[in-house]
Design a protein around this ligand. Structure first.
Ligand SMILES: Nc1nc2c(ncn2[C@@H]2O[C@H](COP(=O)(O)OP(=O)(O)OP(=O)(O)O)[C@@H](O)[C@H]2O)c(=O)[nH]1
Ligand SMILES: [Mg+2]
Length: 355
């Protein structure tokens, strides 16, 4: 048999009390706001106070972006708003990887508001800039929440090689399993590298969840097929499917990904509920191109923006949202377990602009 279900860590549920599996345990309020667990579960969420230092770390993660922007913005905001202010702002947004189309749109809107008299000074401009960037980050009709309201909900994770897919899945599985108390199954559909399966297995152990594996070099579609079967058999809440990294320009591999998605869609109505493309913030503007190609292949619902801790280019989040209408849902700010956070557009804009 191709799929092997390994039970790691988590205790076998009591068969007479399967409903307890769906009880949401304490989790920090930021995470509980970021997850749409459906009405049943939501009523059971008890939010714990956000852990100290989480926000500090996010700011720290965006530190370099913020510093680069703030140094210039401080000078611009000190004086009167004139053409030099707009030029400087434009340059800085482009530098932060917000991208030309989105930068032009933002500047035009702020110029318009200044001409209309609703922005009168540097500080007012700074505040509106933060709000407008946050609006860009949250495209119309989109949400930065993860839709996990179906049972099971299927989350497919895709992206270019080495962007942080497997790590982000491990961190997410940990939050969902250990903090939210959900029953999570992982599908190791990266069958290209034996090490990839080992890596995901380690994360499954940490998160205390099941993992479904296939044969090395096997068909990734077969692994997700077995993953869905395992999730259903175990009455799991969430199935997260890892996939092999691939270049967005490789049409054969992109077509393979489309097929993997179809296997999921054919097995579960409405699935995958979330298809997340993982983008490394340090790749800058190329991230927009990546998001577009993956969205064309697999109907991406959101972005996981990783490695913000090592980048001054976080603005790509706004470029992807502004140009493609795809919201960022999660951000990676380091390599350890707790370094995956929900994306908060306003906090992000504040950190980017430097308030
Ligand atoms: N600093 C930092 N490192 C990260 C972050 N996310 C992932 N990494 C690191 O990036 C490297 C690649 O991560 P993986 O999760 O293996 O990436 P992947 O996309 O699964 O890679 P492939 O499966 O080979 O395509 C690892 O060393 C991770 O620890 C992050 O948010 N910040
Ligand atoms: Mg991987």
């Amino acid at each position: 048999m191709l799929g092997v279900v390994l039970r790691t860590g988590r205790k076998q549920p009591d068969p007479v009390d399967a409903s307890s599996l769906r009880r949401v345990k304490q989790m920090d309020s930021e995470w509980s706001r970021a997850l749409d667990l459906g009405a049943d579960l939501e009523s059971e969420v008890e939010t714990a106070e956000q852990k100290q230092g989480v926000f500090a770390k996010l700011r720290q993660g965006l530190g370099r972006t913020r510093q680069a922007l703030s140094a210039e913005l401080g000078a611009s905001f000190g004086g009167a708003i004139d053409s030099a202010t707009w030029e400087s702002l434009e340059e800085l947004l482009v530098l932060a990887d917000v991208g030309v189309p989105t930068t032009v749109r933002v500047i035009e809107q702020l110029e318009h508001e200044t001409e209309a008299g609703s922005i009168t000074d540097g500080e007012g401009l700074r505040q509106r800039l933060i709000e407008v960037l946050a609006e860009v980050a949250q495209p119309d009709g989109s949400t930065s929440r993860l839709d996990l309201s179906s049972h099971p909900s299927v989350v497919m994770v895709v992206g270019v090689n080495g962007t942080g897919k497997t790590t982000s899945i491990g961190k997410l599985a940990h939050v969902l399993s250990r903090e939210a108390g959900l029953e999570v199954v992982l599908a190791a559909a990266d069958t290209y590298r034996a090490a990839a399966v080992e890596q995901l297995t380690e994360w499954a152990e940490r998160a205390g969840c099941d993992i479904v594996k296939g044969a090395d070099g096997g068909d990734p579609g077969a692994v997700v097929f077995d993953g869905v079967a395992a999730a259903e058999a175990r009455d799991a809440d969430v199935l997260i499917c890892d996939t092999a990294g691939r270049l967005h320009t490789d049409s054969d591999l992109m077509a393979e990904l489309t097929k993997v998605r179809r296997v999921i869609a054919d097995r579960v109505a409405g699935a995958p509920q979330e298809t997340l493309v993982v983008i490394d913030a340090t790749t800058g503007q190329n991230g927009v191109r990546q998001a577009k190609e993956f969205a064309d292949a697999v109907e991406v619902t959101g972005v996981v923006l990783t490695k913000l801790d090592g980048s001054s280019k976080g603005g790509v989040a706004l470029a992807v949202a502004g140009e493609l209408g795809i919201p960022v849902k999660l951000v990676g700010i380091g390599e350890s377990l707790e370094d995956l956070r929900p994306f908060d557009p306003l906090e992000f804009s504040r950190a980017l602009v430097g308030e």
